[in-house]
Design a protein around this ligand. Structure first.
Ligand SMILES: *Cc1c(COP(=O)(O)O)cnc(C)c1O
Length: 397
């Protein structure tokens, strides 16, 4: 049984804050603070350029990838870290399309995160081969998997509502129809058990600054199924994905397996923070995380519906069909969220009208949920959100 008191003690959460936004930016693990200081002074400071060899900087993307693979039900050597999620989406989709050259349809849903769809559109234009992006409602995905689909590209957990797709079932259906799959795990990795090997997913991508607590701008990850690893074509053929970067060959040769999905120089300091952040998962059982997350989200929904009837549930009521967040609609969602943040309850807002609360058992328990809803009730009952400063939209919501 996971000891959530222990995991909580590993995070630096400011006094007076109830942090319900770990689905957007995980809080600082104390170990990351120490590790980054060490990387700066001892590694960069003293070892200088030698650090690429002596401090293991060059192998970090794979070493950290292996630690993430363990949380995704993926074998060692199938995940590599680097770049941003948008770039990893592009790479995975490009490789998947190249493996299914007879077809032209990329199928996705309207709940997908905009950048995933933008990157697909950009790739289509760059390829100039007549691909089309077909976007249907989330509930219509299953029926839309036809024999024209080259790649099914979905985000497993909807960033707004938290609705969870059935990865295993949809992947099986896609394969039966002759399509490949690209799964975005941005709101899955560290949030719920993922079984990439069991689901036979072809490609997967995700970010590490959300539930994996790697820090703002932490690098993304990409998974390539072992069966594709030696044939997948890297669209972004940078030197770090070359079989021998320091041979400085004129001719590009893709690296072995998932190494070919590396592009350029790895972000060493960010990788150090992420590596230390992953220590938090040692001794954590994802089944415990899932069970606790569902119980906390159920409690959150029950309390909000009883005490704040103006808010309308936007997430699936059935915990097994939800990720690790709960969302509510309200036309004044933005101002309400600003009033909450001002009172130490930090969630976020997603246009047009969604208040979003990430529930992360590593550092959120029953007490935090009860206190957060009590603050929400005060804000709603007293219309405390109705102040001009809470209506002023910031750059990041
Ligand atoms: C958070 C998120 C992103 C962000 O992409 P970046 O390139 O890291 O900015 C992309 N896709 C999904 C589904 C996300 O939830």
């Amino acid at each position: 049984m996971t000891d959530f008191h222990k995991t909580r003690a590993r995070f630096c959460i400011p006094d007076g804050v109830i942090y319900l936004d770990g689905n957007s930016l995980g809080p600082l693990p104390a170990a990351a603070e120490r590790r980054v200081a060490h990387t700066l002074t001892e590694e960069w400071g003293r070892q200088l350029i030698r650090g690429w060899n002596t401090a293991g900087w060059m192998v970090q993307p794979r070493a950290v990838g292996d630690r993430i693979a363990r949380l995704l039900g993926a074998p060692a050597g199938s995940v590599v870290v680097g770049d941003t999620l948008s770039i990893k989406v592009y790479q995975a989709l490009a490789a998947a399309l190249a493996l299914n050259p007879g077809r032209r349809v990329i199928l996705s849903d309207s709940g997908n995160f905009p950048t995933d769809l933008y990157m697909a559109e950009g790739l289509i234009e760059t390829l100039g081969q007549g691909h089309v992006l077909k976007v249907v409602e989330p509930d219509a995905i299953d029926a839309a998997i036809g024999d024209d689909v080259a790649v099914l590209m979905l985000t497993e957990v909807d960033y707004r509502t938290g609705r969870l797709h059935d990865m295993a079932a949809l992947t099986a259906k896609a394969h039966a129809a002759g399509a490949l799959t690209v799964w975005d795990l941005a709101h899955s990795a560290g949030a719920l058990p993922v079984d990439l090997a069991g689901a036979a997913a072809d490609f997967a991508v995700g970010c590490t600054y959300k539930y994996l607590n790697g820090g703002p701008g932490a690098p993304a990850f990409i998974y390539v199924a072992p069966g594709h690893a030696e044939t997948a074509r890297p669209a972004l053929s940078g030197w770090m994905g070359h079989a021998a970067p320091f041979a400085f060959d004129r001719a590009y040769r893709p690296g072995a397996g998932v190494e070919r999905m590396r592009v350029g120089t790895p972000p060493v300091i960010a990788l150090a923070a992420l590596d230390a952040a992953l220590d938090v998962w040692d001794g954590v059982d994802m089944a415990d995380v899932r069970r606790t997350s569902i119980a906390l989200c159920d409690l959150f929904i029950k309390l909000v519906e009883a005490q704040c009837p103006e808010l309308e549930l936007a997430s699936p009521r059935d915990g097994s069909r939800r990720g690790s967040q709960v969302s509510f609609h309200h036309p004044q969602g933005y101002a309400i969220m600003q009033a909450l943040i001002d009172r130490g309850v930090i969630g976020d807002f997603r246009a047009p009208d969604v208040l979003r609360f990430g529930v992360t058992p590593l550092y959120i328990g029953v007490d935090e949920v009860r206190r957060a809803v009590a603050v929400l009730k005060r804000v709603m009952d007293g219309r405390l959100w109705d102040r001009p400063e809470y209506h002023k939209k910031a750059m990041v919501t």
